[in-house]
Ligand binder design. Structure first.
Ligand code: ZN
Ligand code: ZN
Length: 451
């Protein structure tokens, strides 16, 4: 399959059992076996359940998603004569914590051989963990195209007050009924667009990491995500009127992004610097009562805007070795780690431990990267230049009514500036803030962009 061919391929073909061999050296395959996105898709649930060979279904849902879709699903199951048990979380909002998983496990009916999650991000994350814990098959009926975790086998959870990524069960099938999705709260529709716009940055950073560090890279996966992103951008304006075609484009974009991560075996196709802004805000919200936050996709949309500003700054720099070396010589890891703990809270301990394993501050490794950056800079600039402008993305978010500043959930300029600098430590992924640290320009960039 070529990068050109994958743009016109159907969703069915993308998830065909066995996958396909790619020129990147990997065999790309997805865990999900069926995707139904369309009007009245929920009516075909009995067909899916029969294909899974299930005798009794366990419905897992939140209060709002049960009203939005669960009642309809119960009617469909009743008229098809399919037995089911259900657990609707009594609290709202449902949190992706060990307490919710505990509640789901303790209400689980072990006669059920299939779990059907009814909801979006949080319910899907809990449903995937429950499926893994009980060894049952799993189907998700999406109630909003708000994030790209539908097709993935990991769950973004909170454990002991910290954010963790848990291995879980990939849904056997994803059902996106447009009659339901089009009625999703507008904020969740906006969030889907934000999580999709993030791909501008993640794909750019994947390309850069490939050039600078020789990191694994696949142009076919990139083309797949770029194509989905283009469709979302051109359809997004229709979200305001809840046009089915616009909602469909976002839902498909979210599903395809998940498949792209499964294909690549890493999160490079879907998350970069912009996601790390969001991760830090999430960690702070867990650690400090007064720290505000918003939906994942909303935060990622804002993170995308901030990242575009950073890349705009990078267009004008002239990398040189001496600036990088003198900056790093003056850098105090102990002081830096103290500031991480102060700003992020307990979540910072895992980041500091990860750095101990990775050793990015190692002087020899740093010099190596630095000379590669200087040597390869002319290849990097055109990649940065191909990003859309800040104004373009800002106008799009504004047009759909999405927030465009972390100030909306209480962040000051200074805190946004600090968030940016700390993004470099969220994971062991090479992103813009790391590149700027290597060049000795992280503080200058932060001052310049977030002054
Ligand atoms: Zn490939
Ligand atoms: Zn995301």
């Amino acid at each position: 399959m070529t990068a050109e061919e994958i743009k016109s391929i159907s969703l069915e073909k993308l998830i065909e059992a066995g996958g396909f061999d790619c020129d990147c050296g990997k065999r790309h395959s997805a865990g999900t076996r069926k995707i139904m996105i369309g009007q009245g898709a929920v009516d075909r649930l009995p067909e899916l359940i029969a294909e899974c060979g299930a005798n009794k279904v366990f419905l897992l849902s939140g209060h709002d998603s049960f009203t939005a879709a669960g009642e309809k699903i119960c009617k469909v199951l009743d008229s098809a004569g399919i037995a089911y048990a259900r657990h609707v979380f009594p609290v709202s909002p449902v949190m992706a914590t060990e307490h919710s998983v505990g509640s789901a496990v303790m209400h689980f009916d072990y006669e059920c051989d299939l779990i059907v999650g009814v909801g979006s991000g949080v319910i899907n994350d809990i449903g995937k963990v429950l499926a893994r814990a009980t060894g049952r098959q799993y189907i998700i009926v999406a109630t909003a195209p708000s994030m790209d975790g539908y097709a993935s086998a990991t769950s973004s959870m909170e454990l002991d007050g910290l954010k963790v990524s848990l291995d879980s069960t990939c849904p056997q099938a994803i059902v996106g009924d447009l009659d339901i999705l089009c009625q999703a709260p507008m904020r969740l529709l906006q969030a889907g667009v934000g999580d999709m716009l993030a791909k501008y940055i993640s794909l750019t950073e994947w390309k850069i990491a490939n050039i600078l560090l020789g990191e694994y890279y696949c142009p076919v996966v990139v083309a797949l995500v770029e194509n989905a992103l283009e469709k979302v951008v051109s359809a997004a304006h229709g979200l305001v009127r809840r046009e089915p075609e616009a909602v469909k484009a976002v839902m498909e974009g979210m599903v395809i992004s998940g498949i792209a991560m499964e294909y690549a075996g890493l999160s490079r196709p879907a998350s970069g610097l912009e996601h790390y802004f969001s991760h830090i805000w999430d960690m702070r919200a867990l650690a400090f009562e007064d720290a505000g936050s918003d939906l994942h996709g909303i935060q990622c949309g804002i993170g995308t805007l901030y990242s575009l500003k950073v890349y705009d700054y990078m267009r004008h720099i002239r990398p040189d070795v001496s600036t990088g070396i003198s900056y790093v010589n003056k850098f105090s890891t102990d002081e830096w780690n103290d500031s991480l703990i102060e700003f992020i809270g307990p979540g910072a301990f895992a980041m500091i431990a990860a750095e101990k394993r990775e050793g990015k501050y190692d002087i020899v490794k740093h010099r190596d990267r630095l000379s590669r950056i200087v040597e390869k800079w002319e290849e990097i600039v055109p990649i940065i230049d191909s990003l859309p402008s800040y104004d373009e993305v800002y106008s799009l978010l504004k047009a759909i009514g999405a927030p465009v500043s972390a100030g909306d959930f209480g962040y000051t300029k200074e805190q946004i500036r600090t968030t940016f600098k700390m993004t470099k430590d969220v994971r062991d992924k090479y992103i813009a803030s790391r590149l700027l640290w290597d060049l000795g320009l992280l503080d200058e960039a932060a001052d310049c962009v977030f002054r």
